[in-house]
Structures are given as structure tokens and as C-alpha cells.
Design a binder for this molecule. Structure first.
Ligand code: NAD
Ligand code: TYD
Length: 348
């Protein structure tokens, strides 16, 4: 039985990846390593906690001794690394936390994998999950491809770029078998309400202002989280060694248009007057260093692995909103306590 370590599996994307691997690969034993920071939540994976091929491990990837011990004990065959500090706004107020988890944490995993695999790399794989934000910003036109030069602008994207470089360096220097993917903005169930879509869904439910940064003309490419999890499954199993794959939704939206669409769907679902949620839109101070536009050319993963998004944006948004409307307890739990302090600091 192969032992696969997935890091960050209690978070948004990680929880969907862990569920998929546990359910689709009964011949793997899946270890889910997560520190359960504010963004990690065992409720996200409560449905698989008793699966026979699944073990949850609470631990911090920044703790090198702990990571070395874990790798020594279980001798993992593969690593799917998602654990990270993931929110740009938090990276602006506390950049060092991002260096610790995203750079040092990734280094600790690389060192541990290199140590236990060094005599025989056959069948081993270190899969690093990254973001399109490492490429910096696009102007009005163009797309990020796998050969676009790295040009990160936020502390978050700088830390992810750095970790991508270390993964590549371990491949070139020590022969570590790796693969990397860089994905656009995800949305879907279990998304912590600090990012645009879940934060605005929560605020619409609660009749709170919708804080649009700057003029709202910033553009993002949105992908449903289950489509990302399916891409991760494919890249882990069929992606080429030492290769990078860009993953995107072919689905660009200016923030303000997306927010208006969200308002209109929510009005319909909540039985409110059409246009009433749009009145909550409030333009607020811009994010420093705000990247104008991200857009992915996902031709390579489509051509080589046959992947493409399966869910349209309209379907994905409906599924997402329905999930939040029927998971009020989840939303209440994650927005109690520390969240109120974060919200006040960020938005008042
Ligand atoms: P998230 O913030 O929802 O979850 C991160 C998870 O990592 C949490 O469960 C948290 O507890 C865990 N974690 C954080 N620090 C840790 C540490 N030191 N040790 C162990 N666990 C720790 O993030 P997400 O949105 O699910 O993103 C997952 C990965 O995908 C990240 O690497 C992110 O950079 C990448 N990514 C995210 C997006 C997106 O739109 N969300 C897009 C592209 C790539
Ligand atoms: P976000 O969800 O934080 O993802 P990222 O910064 O990684 O792309 O933000 C998506 C877009 O929405 C980005 O252009 C910033 C903007 N935004 C707002 O206008 N208001 C908000 O409150 C948030 C969280 C984001």
C-alpha cells in the first residue's frame, strides 16, 4: 500500500483533494498533515475521518524535527503539498508568517523527502501546489503560460515564488522527483470567508457592506475547487517529472461584475427584491500593490493530460451559494472569535 502525505488537507482546496484521494484510491493510505491554523477546519473533512485508509496528523511544517520524525516513521511514497498561508491581505500585515510556512515549511518537507528517498527516487514524487500569482500582473491583454517569467508583487506571491524555486532547485541539484502546478483563483464550498467570494456571500446573508477594493476593475480567472482537485489528481498521477502545469478556468471576471452577479443570484435565492444586495456595494481603499489582472493559458494541461474545467461559472456559483446557505453552522463557527478581530482590523 502506498503512503501519500497531503499537507494542508483541512483547508479549502486541501479538504477537496484529501476527500478525492481517500475515496478514489483505496490502495493508498492518505496522511493529512495540518496545523489547524485559523484557515484549517476538521469540519471540512468530517465525512471521511473514519475511512480505513485515512489518518489525520496535527502538526506544523515549520517544525523541522517533527517533520523529519514523521517522514522517518512513515516513509511516504509521495507528497502533495498544499499547506500554506494563503491570503494576500494577511501577507501585507504579517509577511514573516508567510516566509515561515510557505518557504521554511516547504524546505523542511523537501529536506525530509530528500533524506528518506535519496537511495532510490523510483516511484517517488513531490508535488508542490502553487499559484498563478507568482507571475505578477498582466495588463489588459495576454495570458500566463508555463514559461512566463516569475515577477511576484505581494509578500504572499513572493513566498510562493520562492518555494516554487526551491522545489525546482531540489530537482536540479539533488534529482528530487517533483512536479508543480500554478492555478488561478479557486472558489467553492469550504472557502474561508476572508477571500472575495465567500466573504461577500457571508456579508450579503448578513446585510453587511460589500467592500470592493479600489475601482473594482481588477480581473481574476475563477476555477471551481472540484475542478482544481481533479487537475491535482491528474498531475500527481500523470504529470511529467520536473514539469510545471498552469491550471485555470478560462473564466475572467472584473471584480465589480462578479460582485453584481453574486448579488443578483443571492437576491433570487434569499427571496429579496432584485437589486437590494447591490446597494450593499461599497468602494473602499485599494489593496497596496494590487495586481491588475491574472489569466491563465491552460493549454498544456489540456493537451498533455486532457484536463479542462467541467463546471461553468454559473453552475459553480450556484453550487457554492447553495452550500453556504445550507451550512450556516459552518459559517457561524468560522466567523466567531478571531474572525471578528481580523475583520475589524482589515475593514474599519
Ligand atoms: P487555506 O488557507 O484555505 O488552507 C491552508 C491550510 O494549510 C489550512 O488547513 C491550514 O491549517 C494549513 N496550514 C497553514 N500553515 C500551516 C503550517 N505551518 N503547517 C501545517 N499546516 C498549515 O488555503 P487554500 O486556499 O486551500 O490553498 C491551498 C494551497 O493552494 C496553497 O498552497 C495556496 O498557495 C494554493 N493555491 C490557492 C489558490 C486559491 O485560490 N485559494 C489558488 C492557487 C493556489
Ligand atoms: P482574493 O479573494 O483575496 O484573492 P487574490 O487576491 O488572491 O486574487 O481577492 C480577489 C480579488 O478581489 C482581488 O482583486 C482583491 C479583491 N477583493 C476586494 O475587492 N475586496 C475584498 O474584501 C477582498 C477580500 C478582495
Amino acid at each position: 500500500m502506498k503512503k501519500i502525505l497531503i499537507t494542508g488537507g483541512a483547508g479549502f482546496i486541501g479538504s477537496h483533494v484529501v476527500r478525492r484521494f481517500v475515496q478514489n484510491y483505496p490502495d493508498y493510505h492518505i496522511f493529512n498533515l495540518d496545523a489547524l491554523t485559523y484557515a484549517g477546519n476538521l469540519e471540512n473533512i468530517a465525512d471521511i475521518e473514519n475511512a480505513p485508509n485515512y489518518t489525520f496528523v496535527k502538526g506544523d511544517i515549520v517544525d523541522a524535527d517533527f517533520i523529519n520524525q514523521l517522514f522517518n516513521e512513515h516513509r511516504f511514497d509521495g507528497v502533495v503539498h498544499l499547506a500554506a498561508e494563503s491570503h494576500v491581505d494577511r501577507s501585507i500585515t504579517d509577511p514573516l508568517a508567510f516566509v515561515k510556512t510557505n518557504v521554511i515549511g516547504t524546505m523542511n518537507l523537501l529536506n525530509a523527502a530528500k533524506t528518506i528517498w535519496k537511495d532510490n527516487f523510483d516511484g517517488k514524487r513531490f508535488y508542490h501546489i502553487s499559484t498563478d500569482e507568482v507571475y505578477g500582473t498582466l495588463g489588459e491583454t495576454g495570458l500566463f503560460t508555463e514559461t512566463t517569467a516569475y515577477d511576484p508583487n505581494s509578500p504572499y506571491s513572493a513566498s510562493k515564488a520562492s518555494s516554487d524555486h526551491f522545489v525546482r532547485a531540489y530537482g536540479e541539484t539533488y534529482g528530487l522527483p517533483y512536479v508543480i502546478s500554478n492555478c488561478s483563483n479557486n472558489y467553492g464550498p469550504n472557502h474561508f470567508p476572508e477571500k472575495l467570494i465567500p466573504l461577500f456571500i457571508n456579508n450579503i446573508i448578513n446585510h453587511k457592506p460589500l467592500p470592493v477594493y479600489g475601482d473594482g476593475k481588477y480581473t481574476r480567472d475563477w476555477l471551481f475547487v472540484e475542478d482544481h482537485a481533479r487537475a491535482i489528481d491528474l498531475v500527481f498521477h500523470q504529470g511529467g517529472n520536473h514539469e510545471t502545469y498552469n491550471i485555470g478556468g478560462f473564466n475572467e471576471w472584473q471584480n465589480i461584475d462578479l460582485v453584481k452577479l453574486l448579488c443578483d443570484i443571492m437576491d433570487r435565492k434569499l427571496g429579496r427584491d432584485t437589486g437590494s444586495s447591490r446597494e450593499l456595494i461599497t468602494y473602499v481603499k485599494d489593496r497596496p500593490g494590487h495586481d491588475l489582472r491574472y489569466a491563465i493559458d491552460a493549454t498544456k494541461i489540456n493537451r498533455e493530460l486532457g484536463w479542462k474545467p467541467s463546471v461553468t461559472f454559473e453552475e459553480g456559483l450556484e453550487k457554492t451559494i447553495d452550500w453556504y446557505l445550507s451550512n450556516g453552522d459552518w459559517l457561524a463557527n468560522v466567523t466567531s472569535g478571531e474572525y471578528a478581530n481580523y475583520y475589524k482590523k482589515q475593514y474599519s
